[in-house]
Design a protein around this ligand. Sequence first.
Ligand SMILES: NC(=O)c1ccc[n+]([C@@H]2O[C@H](COP(=O)([O-])OP(=O)(O)OC[C@H]3O[C@@H](n4cnc5c(N)ncnc54)[C@H](OP(=O)(O)O)[C@@H]3O)[C@@H](O)[C@H]2O)c1
Length: 268
Amino acid sequence: MKKIALLGCGNLVSAIILGFHSQNKNSSYQFYCYTPSGTKAKRLAEEVGGIFVSEISELQEMDVYVFGFKPQNYRNAVIQYKDVISPGATVWSLLAGIPMQSLERDFPENGIIRIMPNTPSLKNLGVSLFIKNAKVSRENQNDFEKIMGSVSSLYPMKNDEQLDQIMGVSASGPALVFEFIKVLASIIENAGFDGVESEKIVVEMFKGSMSLVENKTSIQELQNSVTSRGGVTFEALKSLESQNFQSVMEAAIQAAYQRAISMREELS
Ligand SMILES: NC(=O)c1ccc[n+]([C@@H]2O[C@H](COP(=O)([O-])OP(=O)(O)OC[C@H]3O[C@@H](n4cnc5c(N)ncnc54)[C@H](OP(=O)(O)O)[C@@H]3O)[C@@H](O)[C@H]2O)c1
């Protein structure tokens, strides 16, 4: 059995491990769950048949250490874990804003994979961006592909820069989609419709639209098929364009990127 230490068992780690467990009930991985308060670690360990760990000293000799705490905890975590993580082990860091350079500086003897997943991993529909250093063995790459690849599509990035630019779309994206749903639902509600039903209409519209995307026609063709020149949809799209929807989205993704850069400076 390979030993995987989960350092942090919050939203993201739980989504990944629950998603993996739902597809792989008898895997060759044993998950060791640790959090400072113990609450979320205990719960996740129970849910996936893992081992709850109450003391960091019990985390010796693991094959993989998954950093799933907040980037704000990184400096403390280096102090806590640097003597626990043995040279042969691999670190998988899920932390936003902590670049490969800092991880390599703090864990110079370890293979490191910096991964930027998203929460749809819970439903095995995630997207993960990643970069790895030269110390990652073929065997560890296989473990990474088995676990992360079973909950998400994997996209190698050229470097931290590229990962930090794209994660505003892929990792923050679910929150942006939920925002879009909320805005559209509020418009329906303002037209005098019930709030819960308004959200339902929008969610069903999203699901239906995505099912058309799955049929593999191009997005442009799909858009053309609901837009006739001079019709109502045409006017709605024209209005979005004249108010520069593209710039609004670009500014949001740029803000996420700037935050990743400032976190790099403040926290790593
Ligand atoms: N959420 C997302 O969609 C998403 C997407 C991509 C990347 N990320 C990254 O994923 C990481 C976790 O995010 P999250 O949303 O899952 O956070 P979260 O739900 O707040 O969970 C954080 C977990 O870290 C634990 N923790 C705090 N300090 C620790 C330490 N020193 N050692 C071990 N565990 C520690 C906390 O324990 P307690 O329960 O005891 O407080 C908690 O279980 C972040 O670095 C974030 O940048 C998140």
